[in-house]
Design a protein. Structure first.
Length: 305
């Protein structure tokens, strides 16, 4: 009787531990500072994505989307995520702080790389980045340059130094020594482009140039009202697309399995449908060599080319 009671107690305890483990969600962060949308509007997409991945991993996965860095940090203070999809800029900034390891890359248009394009008016006298740097009080607008090191060393390849960054929250962060231009982060690149077209300042700052990604530049060229209005002053080198990451202390075997699940999404109808809502065409293996080079550039340990 005593053995039977002991066994029953052990079984109850084991079941309780199992239920607790099954009930715990894997926190998954999707963060693109200054990107369109909001956490609330993205909830249905995140739920569908989490269900798809969770079913294949045998766990409950709860992705949450943020386009505001402050809100993402507040969420993380309540419990660190195990995995996430981050902008390239944010990955480089958080790599050491959070022990990030790249699992995959989110492809766009079937490609694992993309460029940034610095746009000026077609009639502008600016011909080079040096011309822009020499302009007194020059100001660049973008949704992608919220980090001075990323802007100066990675996007501009050391050819243009940022002296300060005004964040979307209105805070001013110092740039690099010898910086010559001011960057204003904004989710409204189209509004900044219109002001540049009109030759007017935007929110109290001049608009000398606007930096956009491949998708935005391709879209702009399809709009009749902007045809021939802008030209590319500078295009970055091809850079890896948004990395999928594991945070510190996540076992490599777990990260590898996640990479396999994500890599298989474009092979089935349900996965392809979800990818479309994520504005991605698939997930590809880590670009380790390219990332190592970018880390060195970002940290100022390698001469930019």
């Amino acid at each position: 009787m005593r053995k039977s009671t002991q066994f029953s107690l052990w079984l109850v305890a084991a079941l309780a531990l199992t239920c607790a483990a099954q009930g715990q969600d894997d926190r998954f962060l999707v963060c693109y500072p200054n990107a369109p949308g909001s956490a609330r509007r993205a909830e249905p997409i995140m739920q569908t994505f989490g269900s798809y991945v969770g079913e294949r991993l045998g766990r409950r996965v709860r992705p949450v989307y943020f386009n505001e860095l402050r809100a993402a940090k507040d969420w993380m203070s309540q419990g660190m995520p195990r995995h996430g999809i981050l902008s390239l800029s944010l990955y480089l900034r958080w790599r050491d702080e959070h022990g990030l390891r790249v699992v995959a890359h989110a492809e766009r248009g079937g490609k694992g790389t993309g460029r940034y394009h610095l746009l000026v008016l077609a009639k502008s006298k600016l011909k080079t980045l040096a011309d822009l740097a020499s302009r007194e009080g020059a100001c660049v607008w973008s949704a992608h340059l919220d980090d001075a090191r990323f802007a100066s060393r990675v996007v501009f390849g050391g050819q243009l130094q940022v002296k300060e960054v005004v964040t979307a929250e209105g805070e001013t962060a110092p740039g690099l020594p010898g910086g010559r231009v001011r960057v204003v982060s904004s989710t409204r690149a189209l509004s900044a482009l219109r002001r540049m077209q009109q030759g007017k300042p935007y929110k109290g700052n001049p608009v000398d140039a606007v930096l956009v990604d491949d998708t935005s530049w391709e879209g702009l060229q399809q709009l009749k009202r902007f045809k021939g209005v802008f030209r590319v002053l500078y295009a970055s080198s091809p850079l890896p697309t948004a990395p999928v990451v594991s945070f510190r202390d996540v076992p490599e075997s777990e990260s590898k399995r996640l990479g396999e699940v994500l890599g298989g999404m474009k092979s089935d109808d349900e996965g392809r449908k979800i990818l479309k809502t994520l504005q991605a065409t698939g997930f590809a293996p880590p670009q380790r060599e390219a990332l190592a080079g970018l880390v060195a550039r970002y940290e100022g340990k390698e001469g930019s080319k």
